[in-house]
Design a protein around this ligand. Sequence first.
Ligand SMILES: Nc1ncnc2c1ncn2[C@@H]1O[C@H](COP(=O)(O)OP(=O)(O)OP(=O)(O)O)[C@@H](O)[C@H]1O
Length: 229
Amino acid sequence: MSLVLKVSNISKSYNGKLVLKDCSYCFDMGGIYVLMGANGSGKSTFLRICALLEEPDRGEVNYLSRGKGSPKNPMIFGGNSSVIKKDINLRRRITLVLPGIGIFNTTVFNNVAYGLRIRGLKSREIRDRVDRVLDFVGLAHKRNQNALTLSSGEMQRLGIARAIVIEPEILFLDEPTASVDKENTEIIERIILDMKSVSPIIITTHDMTQAERLADSILTMSEGRITRA
Ligand SMILES: Nc1ncnc2c1ncn2[C@@H]1O[C@H](COP(=O)(O)OP(=O)(O)OP(=O)(O)O)[C@@H](O)[C@H]1O
């Protein structure tokens, strides 16, 4: 079973300023989608709304499950904040990684294990999955180090590790290499490319060369509108 994300005519304002203007797109192909655009064009707002962390003022975000033996099951979000809270199962199937947000003052291992603990997994499975993911993102040697002592590039990789350990069906990454050096950028891009066979990935960047290195599909956002897809 896989999720298809369909965004229809979403608009969003902050303090009377229209930030997203009637944006529509269907993410139905898998692979890596890169959302490009200048600073302030609305990319992060679009991503937060797609990841169900914020509501649009108008329009809808629809997740549809698609796959063998499952009836088409549209799950509709928009216009009613209670839907966010009720729809915990859907929200657990998608993850948004924000640069440097929500790192806990404990070991790297515990940071990655957290999402599995709250899902009630057994400690042996948690250990196996966390160790596999730390290895995948190149942080196995930092397993027992306090996460707050990591470099910004390592912190970014930790954020990705925390997201992928729960095996999301859609992974959102907001500026995954912002404030990261060249070496860490290469590592993070390799992780993203390796992940794309596992789940669709939607990332934002304002770096055109990065978009070309990573994207299967490029969307461009300009002044709150999707101008090219
Ligand atoms: N929570 C908020 N409250 C008020 N204004 C906001 C909020 N979030 C975003 N904005 C405003 O919306 C506009 C678009 O911001 P957004 O972060 O979505 O753009 P962006 O393309 O991701 O920019 P960047 O590349 O700089 O991260 C900006 O003018 C920003 O100040």
